[in-house]
Ligand binder design. Sequence first.
Ligand code: FE2
Length: 282
Amino acid sequence: MSFFFVQMTDPQFGMFAFFSELTEDEVEEYRRRELFARHAPEKVTGFADETRLYTQAIEGANRLKPAFVVMCGDMVQNPNDQSQVDELFRITALLDDDIDIHWAPGNADVGNAPTPESLALYRERFGPDNYSFEHDGCHFTVINSSVCFNPKNVPDEWESLVRFLSDDLSKARANGCDDVILFAHHPLFLEDADDADSGFVIPRERRRVILDILHGHEVSAVFAGHWHRNNYAEDGNLQMVVTGAIGYPLGDDPSGLRVVKVDSGVTHRYYAMDHIPDSLEL
Ligand SMILES: [Fe+2]
């Protein structure tokens, strides 16, 4: 077993325009929260930047020929803006037919506190939000981390997510898979498993439940987005990898994507969009 896949996250069509509306005071307020927004000299309309960046990412994937692409959420800034969704799918269709793309929902796609309606709209467009797939003896599970972030409007969804995750990973282990990797939009934590609650991570109360299931099934890594910059942490043998955005960056990492290699372990590297290689030696 030796293969690699490409992780993308946060193309977020409409975010450049949304952030260009911020006043200098609002930009300062974001920066106080360590979200490095930039004051835009002119208001942006449409999504020319997102189109350019996501097209570069898809063209990069076509050159690299990964086993698959996973998109870890925040596909659009506003799920009620059909033009953003249409542009996302227009560019996604440029991905070579023999490369599958697997979607995970972000908070921009289903809301910070998902509702039955926001989940129904997401599922209609992207398919299931909690599911798994296999490649070459490895198991990959996707969860809807916005339900973990705030399930107050959909408490049953949180309960079914926990049941799904536990059952899915038990089956994967019973089938003797070599490695198990989780994809989610929100990181579980940024520094360590006891991180204080914030808008950036799954709150401790539910983080603990998820982490116990992951450790109980020897999951080797979680790949997330949401923070629009890279971050690396671990909890025991579990790697917690946060990947910078395809779209608008909120830190020093430029827009880019991550290549993840799976063989006797899980290794990975982030590439800025202008530096995606033409091919990869395994
Ligand atoms: Fe995002």
